[in-house]
Design a protein around this ligand. Structure first.
Ligand code: ADP
Length: 494
């Protein structure tokens, strides 16, 4: 399966995030742990309460049973001393048992013990046998005692039933929690292995392949969103590096091609002027020297662009600003190109008043030279190139207009990228795709901008906007002393 298809398939999947899934599992585990902890607290306090009930009710039953034994002893004995002692102990046991009463039912039964018991004790003084009336009180007290014991036994039963219920609930919660934890951790391990670690290792392998020189190595965009993001970023980076490399190779090809042309012209010229041959007639020698001059100019421009590119890459493009009249510079450039093309005429239009800028004259000359050279190069069928200079409110506007092959709209925004050549094969028109990149860097270093308007087969207009210098500044610089170029401002038309 192609990486693109896999990527599309993966992008269509609902997003799973490593962070979200780990957070959800951690929260689920925490909730489970809290439920189990709450359950443990509930079970232990229920068992504690049931235990206290069992102890209290057991103690109560023991006291009541001892009281029953006291009653039997009191009934059987005829010794007045023993009867008094037993009656005392009986009352004291009942008082203690009364303190252990724990429910309204029990209380109701308990109050039914006291009255018949006291009536029996009163009716049985001295050493005589109990009267029939005393025996009936005794039986009533005994029966009431039995029903108190019965209530206590019921309470013990209820308490142990409660413990059983808690125990069962704890079993259910314990088993379900263990099952859930097993399912969650098993699911997490499976998911990490199948959907996270595998794509991560695949991504690492793609990175390794790429670092070992496989420029086509790309990662499959798969797994949780974080990994998909990383894979996408890696793929973008790999594509950018591959494109850069391709552009560099194209650039090298362009440079080699551009170097070969002037060199072969120079070689022919040198061959014609060999010392062992008679010199050609003077007009031919002059023509050859003109040609040599043009080729040397091309070589010089190329080397300048390369040096500038290196400077721009290193962030060291330097401009030396000075105030001068832009009209003077146009004259210098047109002179440079005069005779450079037999076919093209340079038509210049500029205002009568000064167009002062604060700029590096050499750099701006380089900009204009590059634009004019392109205009000539890319309009092989045309017979003229126009240069127009004008003043705006706060800007100088310098345009180079040709009637050549033009540029498609979709290519126009990319022209200023380094090594970018569009719309024709490198064989047709030589060039390295660097000139406009350098031009834009220079213009922007002056606080200006460059724009292009073009239509295929109708020609192109490149316009440079530069900020005007403040009016009160010094007069125009006379650069002709330095460069030898004629810098006299010219009227409209060239
Ligand atoms: P190159 O050395 O290729 O001329 P540039 O950076 O000067 O490099 O130009 C970049 C590309 O822009 C050229 O390859 C060409 O495709 C296009 N271009 C530049 N100027 C013109 C023009 N005047 N007419 C048509 N295309 C142009």
């Amino acid at each position: 399966m192609r990486i693109d298809e896999a990527t599309d398939r993966e992008m269509a999947r609902p997003q799973q995030s490593l962070q979200r899934i780990l957070t959800a599992i951690t929260v689920a585990m925490t909730v489970l742990a809290c439920v189990v902890a709450a359950m443990l607290v509930g079970v232990t306090s229920a068992i504690g309460r049931a235990n206290a009930t069992l102890v209290r009710e057991g103690e109560g039953i023991r006291l009541l049973e001892e009281a029953e034994l006291d009653i039997l002893l009191h009934e059987r004995t005829r010794e007045p001393v023993i009867r008094r002692e037993v009656a005392g102990s009986l009352r004291s046991r009942l008082r203690m048992a009364g303190r252990l009463v724990s429910s309204a039912d029990e209380q109701r039964e308990f109050v039914r013990v006291e009255a018949p018991l006291e009536a029996y004790l009163k009716a049985t003084p001295g050493d005589g046998p109990p009267s029939t009336e005393a025996v009936s009180h005794l039986e009533a007290a005994y029966a009431a005692l039995e029903s108190v014991v019965g209530v206590k036994l019921d309470q013990i039963e209820t308490a142990s039933q409660g413990v059983d219920d808690w125990d069962r609930l704890a079993d259910v919660v314990g088993v379900s929690t263990a099952t859930l934890i097993l399912l969650l951790s098993g699911g997490l391990l499976w998911w990490l292995n199948a959907r996270a670690f595998r794509p991560m290792l695949a991504l690492a392998r793609s990175m390794e392949r790429f670092s070992q020189g496989d420029r086509g190595a790309r990662a499959e965009v798969a797994g949780p969103s974080e990994l998909r993001e990383m894979a996408l970023r890696f793929n973008q980076m790999a594509t950018a590096i591959a494109a850069q490399r391709e552009a560099q190779m194209t650039f090298l090809g362009g440079v080699a091609h551009d170097l070969r042309n002037p060199l072969s012209v120079l070689k022919v010229a040198v061959a014609n002027l060999r010392s062992d041959r008679p010199l050609p007639p003077e007009p031919k020698v002059r023509k050859m020297l003109e040609m040599v001059g043009r080729q040397v100019g091309r070589l010089e421009r190329m080397v300048t662009d390369l040096v500038d590119l290196a400077g721009i890459e290193a962030g060291k493009l330097q401009v030396k600003l000075e105030r001068y009249d832009l009209r003077a510079l146009i004259g210098g450039v047109t002179e440079l190109f005069e005779g450079g093309s037999r076919r093209h005429r340079l038509v210049v239009s500029m205002p009568d008043e000064e167009v002062p800028v604060r700029a590096d004259p050499l750099r701006i000359e380089q900009v204009l030279g590059n634009l004019v050279s392109n205009a000539i190069k890319y309009s092989p069928e045309a017979d003229r190139v126009e240069i127009s200079l004008s003043r705006r409110v706060s800007e100088a506007l310098l345009c180079v207009i040709d009637h050549g092959i033009g540029i498609r709209e979709e290519d126009q925004s990319r022209l200023f990228e380094p090594f970018r050549r569009v719309g024709f094969s490198a064989e047709e028109i030589p060039g390295a795709g660097l000139g406009l990149f350098v031009v834009r860097q220079i213009v922007e270093a002056h606080g200006g901008r460059i724009e292009v308007q073009s239509a295929p087969d109708r020609g192109s207009t490149f316009c440079v906007y530069l900020p005007l210098a403040p009016a009160e500044a010094a007069p125009a610089v006379q650069r002709d002393e330095v460069s030898g170029h004629a810098l006299e401002p010219r009227p409209n038309g060239h």
